[in-house]
Design a protein around this ligand. Structure first.
Ligand code: CDP
Length: 226
């Protein structure tokens, strides 16, 4: 298989650095980067905006009615977040509601339809999420599962929020609580829980730079590429 046709799954808990690492990793291998978590975040944003957090069935039917592709979800979501007057607050509101939304089987089926449609029209994908190696791309050529301590994850996320708003009122403790809650909810939910696929390469990201993690992953691909 030529490297530009590889499909690669990158899974892991909250703020393991999946997005940063997966983007650079995809770029280096000239593959297309897909962020499945962003689609769950978009559904959650929509639910908050239209007061549908308690009616996920209606949420799914309304979002499906928009008939919106993965590419347009990314554009719309980023535009909405960037134009919000209190970006850090909105991000935390989404963080605090996304796991319950993502635990709905109806939401997952709907999100997976969007992801599979994107996969059917693109070759050579690095997709990051929680259930990519287990459910969305069980036949992925390579699977990675990133791990990090909750404290390091919260430190990273707090730094990111301070960059967005140096006067943010969101505290490290609040983020740590959110990271722990989300990981608990994501890994114990009934439908497609967060877990490493049997054949996943487990990568610990504590005390490593992004460059070191990406190099470690690229090394695994190069050594095992058929
Ligand atoms: O970036 P971070 O790791 O904090 O989260 P994310 O990847 O943006 O995912 C946000 C939330 O979406 C997760 O906490 C999960 O509840 C859900 N999610 C999921 O259930 N399945 C996926 N494949 C991706 C995300």
């Amino acid at each position: 298989m030529h490297i530009d046709h590889l499909n690669i799954a990158v899974d892991g808990g909250a703020a393991t650095g999946k997005s940063t690492v997966s983007k650079i990793f995809a770029e280096r291998l000239e593959l297309t980067y897909v962020n499945s978590g962003l689609v769950y975040r978009f559904y959650t944003y929509y639910a908050i905006k239209h007061s549908l957090l308690n009616n996920l069935e209606k949420l799914v039917s309304e979002v499906e009615h928009l008939s919106i592709s993965y590419e347009n979800i990314v554009k719309t979501f980023e535009h909405e977040i960037n134009h919000s007057s209190e970006k850090d607050k909105l991000i935390m509101e989404i963080n605090n509601n996304v796991s319950p939304v993502a635990s709905s089987a109806k939401v997952r089926t709907s999100v997976n339809k969007t992801l599979r449609h994107f996969m059917s029209t693109h070759k050579g994908i690095v997709m990051e999420g929680r259930d990519i190696g287990t459910v969305v791309m069980p036949d992925a050529d390579f699977k990675f599962f990133l791990i990090v301590s909750d404290e390091e994850a919260a430190r990273r996320r707090h730094k990111e929020l301070i960059k967005i708003n140096p006067h943010t009122k969101v505290t490290y403790e609040e983020i740590l609580h959110n990271v722990k809650e989300r990981n608990k909810m994501d890994s114990t939910r009934q439908v497609d829980p967060l877990k490493a696929a049997e054949n996943a390469n487990i990568i610990s990201t504590d005390n490593k730079t992004v460059e070191q993690i990406v190099n470690e992953m690229i090394h695994i691909v190069r050594v095992n590429e058929i």
